[in-house]
Design a protein around this ligand. Structure first.
Ligand code: NAD
Length: 349
């Protein structure tokens, strides 16, 4: 499709807001992809980009991803994302965060920010001094909020179980071999749920302390990071990096199922079709890893409690089953099916 802008990732984004605050040195881009379902929600990333064009590409892609993720999670929110361009010293001063907060506020609630890579809860407290359009703030007793990681892990585990049911006809992961990439926040939660149900785990992480600790707690086996992708197992669960599936890695896979929480797992859309052609059942990343955003959004909207968060997270398996069923009927791969469903939900199908 031709686009009116010469950015390959421009996809009828509603707003691309360039910010420069001379006094603090802030340079940021706020991208609003769609507000069709509600205010555009998505985190702020603090990152050092080699070229300004890379920051624009990141903002365009990530904000579209948030539109899809929020829509598929059934949330009354659109998709947006912001990137703050770190300088060589990567300094994040209170003045810079304040200027970013004012920029978010200037959009009048059309964009709601939260933490992403390089931004902490502490940073969000600074941003919140300038604008109310912030989520991911610390919670007080009994309120919904706080670390989204455990909610993401629960959604990934429930989605993984749904994949096992769909592909292997089993109601439990007991006795199954799960290969986990990553031993961080999301992976740890998935590993604990799976171990509690009796799964056999192989785990790899570039951080030896983390992987050893997680293997100790779960009775799992530590595997070299270079071996985890080609391991023979019942499920491969990627919970570390994006862009891991390409023609070469897909050819080396020895699993019938991929179900993990890492964002942007497919290097290109063709890789969804490659997995499908190999008969590997894929759980689209932005559908299975929506538990965290469900928690963050319920916090921001103030429309529910822990019970509602849990109910919304428990909806993830049903959505995945729907995608796999449509994939079986249409012959299209699950990633393509999910994209088409998300586009319909945001009024662009
Ligand atoms: P984290 O930083 O806690 O964990 C990531 C882990 O991956 C770290 O332990 C790191 O050492 C490891 N890692 C990095 N490179 C690796 C490699 N080459 N091989 C093996 N391990 C490697 O992050 P997280 O919050 O657990 O997030 C994990 C993934 O899930 C990311 O892709 C993130 O974008 C995605 N995600 C997270 C959430 C959330 O709520 N935290 C929500 C949605 C998606």
């Amino acid at each position: 499709m031709s686009t009116p802008w010469r950015f390959p990732d421009y996809d009828a984004h509603e707003i691309l807001h360039f910010v420069h605050d001379q006094a603090s040195g802030l340079r940021a881009i706020i991208a609003i992809h769609s507000t069709h379902l509600g205010p555009a929600a998505g985190g702020a990333r603090f990152w050092h980009y080699a070229k300004d064009e890379d920051a624009i590409t990141d903002a365009l892609r990530l904000s579209r991803g948030m539109s899809y993720k929020n829509a598929m999670a059934g949330l009354p929110l659109g998709g947006g994302k912001s990137v703050i361009l770190a300088d060589d010293a990567r300094t994040k001063t209170p003045e810079l965060l304040a200027a970013f907060g004012r920029a978010v506020d200037s959009l009048g609630g059309r964009y709601v920010t939260a933490e992403d890579v390089g931004m902490s809860v502490k940073d969000m407290i600074e941003v919140n001094r300038q604008t109310k359009y912030v989520a991911g703030l610390p919670v007080e007793g009994g309120e919904v909020g706080g670390d989204p990681g455990p909610h993401t892990s629960l959604g990934v585990f429930l989605g993984l179980k749904a994949a096992v049911r769909y592909k292997l006809g089993k109601d439990s992961v007991a006795g199954l071999h799960i290969a986990l990439q990553g031993a961080g926040s999301v992976a740890s939660g998935v590993a604990l749920h799976a171990a509690a149900e009796g799964a056999k785990l192989s785990i790899a992480d570039i951080d030896p302390a983390k992987v050893n600790k997680l293997a100790d707690i779960t009775g799992g086996k530590v595997v070299e990071t270079s071996d985890i992708l080609g391991l023979e197992a019942d499920v491969f669960s990627p919970n570390a990096l994006g862009g891991i599936f390409d023609a070469a890695t897909i050819a080396a896979l020895r699993v019938p199922i991929i179900a993990g929480g890492a964002n942007n797992q497919l290097a290109t859309p063709d890789d969804g079709a490659r997995l499908h052609a190999r008969g590997i059942l894929y759980a689209p990343d932005y559908v299975i890893n929506a538990g965290g955003i469900i928690n963050v959004c319920t916090e921001y909207l103030g429309d529910g409690d822990e019970r509602l968060v849990r109910e919304r997270v428990e909806g993830i398996p049903t959505r995945l089953e729907h995608i796999w069923a449509e994939s079986e009927t249409s012959g299209r791969d699950p990633a393509a099916v999910a994209d088409a469903m998300a586009q319909r939900l945001i009024g662009r199908g």
